[in-house]
Design a protein around this ligand. Structure first.
Ligand SMILES: [Zn+2]
Length: 215
């Protein structure tokens, strides 16, 4: 299953609730996966670090290698796999189809967790992210020297949450979603969830979209 939505739609919060309710799922998010690989000093992690130091996006084929590695390690023990924020565009959707086919799998559900632009913009102005484990901390107000409730790491404002950068990210996101819907709609894989409700209500809708469409 894939869960995609604009930045600050509430993907991480919904995922945490979903995983608590459905144990045994494996969770793939590109930043988290390669962050862990880098921390462990694996070849994939070192390569990801090198791309980051050159301020380059991770190439799709490289992300595909990471996903294949993840699936090899996690599939034997997992009851299912949730991809968070992936695929990001039509090229990555095709890549995903190929990687999954290599494991005899196909995508079961594509969930679009959506909020209007003004809601996403208001939310990113109020969040910080943990530098160590990538958890978002929604403070309502920004707290200097705050620490992560999950791991105690330092939380910071993300540079790409700055208003002018964020507007551009949103625009790109909308373009990408159009591509993704065109890719998945013919296979009837798309569920839309409205992300403007309470975190609990949104998490429940995500859970329903993911669980009740997959058998
Ligand atoms: Zn943390």
């Amino acid at each position: 299953m894939a869960l995609v939505g604009p930045p600050a739609a509430g993907k991480s919060t919904a995922m945490r609730a979903f995983f608590a309710a459905q144990p045994g799922l494996a969770h793939f998010a590109v930043r988290v996966f390669f962050g862990r690989q880098a921390a462990a000093g694996t070849p994939l992690g070192l390569q990801a670090k090198a791309f980051a130091e050159q301020a380059r996006w991770l190439p799709d084929e490289f992300v595909g290698q990471g996903l294949a590695t993840f699936l090899e390690e996690e599939l034997p023990a997992a009851s299912g796999v949730v991809l968070e924020g992936f695929p990001r565009n039509a090229d990555q959707a095709q890549l995903l189809d190929r990687v999954l086919a290599g494991f005899g799998l196909e995508l079961g559900r594509f969930v679009l967790l959506d909020v209007p632009d003004d809601v996403a913009t208001a939310r990113v102005g109020q969040r910080q992210v943990c530098q160590r484990c990538d958890t978002f901390v929604e403070n309502g107000v920004l707290v200097p020297d705050a620490s992560c409730p999950r791991c105690g790491g330092a939380v910071v404002l993300r540079r790409d949450d700055a208003p002018e950068v964020f507007r551009e990210r949103l625009w790109h996101h909308r373009e990408s979603v159009r591509e993704l819907l065109a890719h998945y709609a013919p296979r009837d894989l798309v569920s839309r969830v409205d992300g403007t409700g309470s975190p609990e209500a949104v998490a429940e809708q995500v859970r329903e979209a993911m669980v009740f469409h997959v058998s």
